[in-house]
Design a protein around this ligand. Sequence first.
Ligand SMILES: O=C(O)[C@H]1NCC[C@@H]1O
Length: 401
Amino acid sequence: MDPSRLPPFQLGGLTRPITCVEMHTAGEPTRIIWDGFPELSGTLLEQRAQAKVKSDEFRCLLMLEPRGHYDMYGAILRPDTELVAEGKADMGVLFMHNEGFSTMCGHATIALGRFLVDVDEAVFPRRRQLKYDATTGTTRLNLHVPCGLVEVIVPTLPTGKSDPARPVSFISVPSFPTATCLKIPLPEKHRWPELQGRTSVTADFSYGGAYYCLIRGEELGFPKGLAEIDLQRMDHATRLLKEVINTDPSLKYLTQNIETGEQGFLYSVMITDTGLGHARASEGSAASRAQKIADSEETGLCFFANQQIDRSPTGGCVAARVALAHAKGLLPVGEKRIYNSLVTRAYQGLAGFVGSVEAELGPSVRVKVEGYAYYTGYHWFVVEAEDGLGVGGFSLRDITM
Ligand SMILES: O=C(O)[C@H]1NCC[C@@H]1O
């Protein structure tokens, strides 16, 4: 790709086009930004803080309309971070969505695994240092993400290119539940009609690089669970529940790291359903390959950030759910479980993510998450000087008159 071959746009607020590769993981987009994002410096978390303060309009430009949409997701390559300098990581990355910059993203990690194996040193300075293991047909790399270090294992062909026919896997940061079967009292203005007068709900809480609330649809007041979807009402209920958890000071411990004590925030409410049975899988597809290696299967609907809906089974939440199931004695080491999203259940060729405990570390575990990602295209984004929207974007849902 050579941006100099672009037509001579006047670039308005941009000094040069922003170049991106587009991928999807189980239907969830990752817009990988490899060039044109404003300069960021320092440690990865300092770069994240700078991006929030100084470059948020670029996030809006790339995530929101007219170049993105409410549920777009992005990853900004950061080849210079402290862990890359120390030789512990091969590449750094920042994740972004409709509201800000997140701490972890599993579906984007799976996509990045393929992408980083496929590009050359111009994009990925340490590409040549990666070792191809001919016995397993894989390449390993360490990715520095805001929540820590994740190891990514990428199926690789003898040509050196990633193999789309086998799943990418990653090993999560230490993951752990922070509460199980906890009764959450709901203040009156935070109750929704489907509760039918109930004043509390019971949920689990777990960390997998970001903090998740895991709750059954029935508990939220939807008697058929995820067998009957009402996105609007489920959005309303999960939004209110999330607000309670993020604002009640007595619940702060639910989003506190049990190892470091660092205070976090609730990223998402995931509605779970263990009663839908196996998803239908077309013969020979990624979905049927996943079913051959897994022992059980469940489904989830993830609302995250500003109520974005994840099309994928949410890799970070799979780490959180495996840690939770393991702590409850429901997923022993050696067992694999398929985690479906609504999309992987609906499209028989798409596989859910397969999760299993990789290592026990005391109260936390490292989780292996496997999934498939595919390329969808490329973009060079520009902003014309005359464009009244300028550098930035909008979200139709949030327009108020
Ligand atoms: O797979 C994941 O972990 C992410 N997908 C979108 C929301 C989460 O960050």
